[in-house]
Design a binder for this molecule. Structure first.
Ligand code: NAP
Length: 348
């Protein structure tokens, strides 16, 4: 028997879609992604990008306060063992994601910890092939696979990945090699500021390297960076080369000037890339219409329809503009309602 709806992904869009479709008695199946080294390196482990962040201060409903008892009563103790201790103020990204997943499960969502490597949308029911080789059939599909962090593509960056080069401060920042040492963060958006701010917990100094003379980050985040005595902003600079050795991993960076100044070299033991994201749509190439930037194309204004009837898209995989947890969750809800109405119209 085909499923009524399969949801691919496990960020806020996916769990919101699951909560709504479970409550609409569609018995959703979520393919949340595989736990693999490949996904760890790519930043695409289950629970998405929020699971790689720290405090979430802008998701409505979690004002600062002690959420310890709430978390204890919401999440299985076994899950909590593997999560960082609650910091007593607000909610963290990993906590928020576990809460959303739990809420979906509470309403009967079934979850499989595998990703999707191929889709056949050419016939109905649709057919999905998972990372473990199993195939799944479904009348409707909601794609909510999010996006992943970008790298610059420098050979030296590749050479020192996992040996001082990272795109996730929260995942790697506490490693001994970064303690009390100078570090560099590349980028000027909210992610770059957030990473730099987080890394000041461990580093002696964090160089925030930005290619222009104005941060892209929101005002409040920019002010935070400028007020942090451990953050030194290096304006009009780009990463030209990661310096290092086989023995020590990263030992420094060579920074090119974007305004014609000579190169600048800084000793650092870590380089954190925070230069934007790429949507996780590689497995959909040729199967669904994509935008120029390879995001899934929403084909109808204010709807989550894609180029194939019965396939819906939600969250960052289709949104290169808002890219917020709350907008992702909102579009996940919309996708579930769109899928529910489409299934009803088809008598499925
Ligand atoms: P972003 O806003 O797109 O910023 C990317 C930054 O990387 C920009 O400063 C950009 O420089 C720089 N960049 C891009 N390509 C580059 C290259 N090849 N070389 C050097 N620099 C490069 O991405 P983001 O910071 O990941 O944020 C994504 C979304 O998530 C945003 O909507 C943001 O508000 C949101 N977010 C929010 C929070 C929060 O509120 N706490 C935290 C993280 C992210 P230019 O400025 O010159 O283009």
């Amino acid at each position: 028997m085909p499923e009524k709806v399969i949801i691919i992904g496990s960020g806020p869009a996916a769990w919101a879609a699951a909560i709504y479709s479970a409550r609409a008695a569609l018995k959703p199946l979520v393919l949340e992604g595989a736990i693999s080294e490949e996904n760890r390196l790519a930043g695409t482990l289950p629970l998405g990008q929020l699971a790689l962040t720290t405090e979430v201060e802008n998701y409505p409903g979690f004002p600062c306060g002690d959420l310890t008892a709430y978390l204890a009563s919401s999440l299985d103790e076994k899950k909590r063992q593997f999560m960082a201790p609650h910091n007593k103020e607000g909610v963290s990204g990993p906590e928020l994601m576990e809460l959303m997943r739990q809420q979906a499960v509470n309403f009967g969502t079934r979850v499989i910890t595998e990703g999707v490597v191929d889709v056949d949308f050419s016939a109905k029911p649709f057919r999905l092939t998972a990372t473990d080789g199993n195939t799944y059939e479904s009348h409707a599909v909601i794609v909510a696979t999010g996006a992943r962090a970008n790298y610059l593509g420098l050979p030296s960056e590749e050479q020192y990945k996992n040996r001082g080069v990272s795109a996730c401060a929260v995942c790697d920042g506490a490693l001994p090699r970064f303690r009390n040492k100078p570090l560099a963060v590349i980028g000027g958006g909210d992610s770059a500021v957030e990473e730099a701010d987080y890394l000041t917990k461990f580093a002696s100094v964090v160089y925030l390297v930005h290619r222009r003379h104005e941060l892209r980050a929101s005002k409040i985040m920019s002010q935070r960076a400028e007020a942090n005595p451990k953050i030194e902003i290096l304006w009009n600079r780009g990463l030209a080369e990661v310096l290092g050795s086989d023995k020590d991993g990263v030992t420094g960076v060579r920074l090119a000037s974007t305004v014609g100044e000579p190169d600048l070299q800084k000793d650092v033991t870590g380089v954190f890339l925070a230069i934007g994201h790429t949507p996780n749509t590689a497995f959909l190439k040729g199967k669904l219409a994509l935008t120029e930037k390879k995001y899934l194309k929403w084909t109808t204004p204010s709807r989550t329809y894609t180029s194939i009837e019965g396939v819906f898209a939600a969250g960052d995989v289709a949104d290169d503009y808002y890219r917020q947890a709350v907008t992702a969750a909102g579009s996940g809800c919309m996708a579930a309602l769109d899928a529910e109405r489409w299934l009803a119209a088809k008598g499925l």
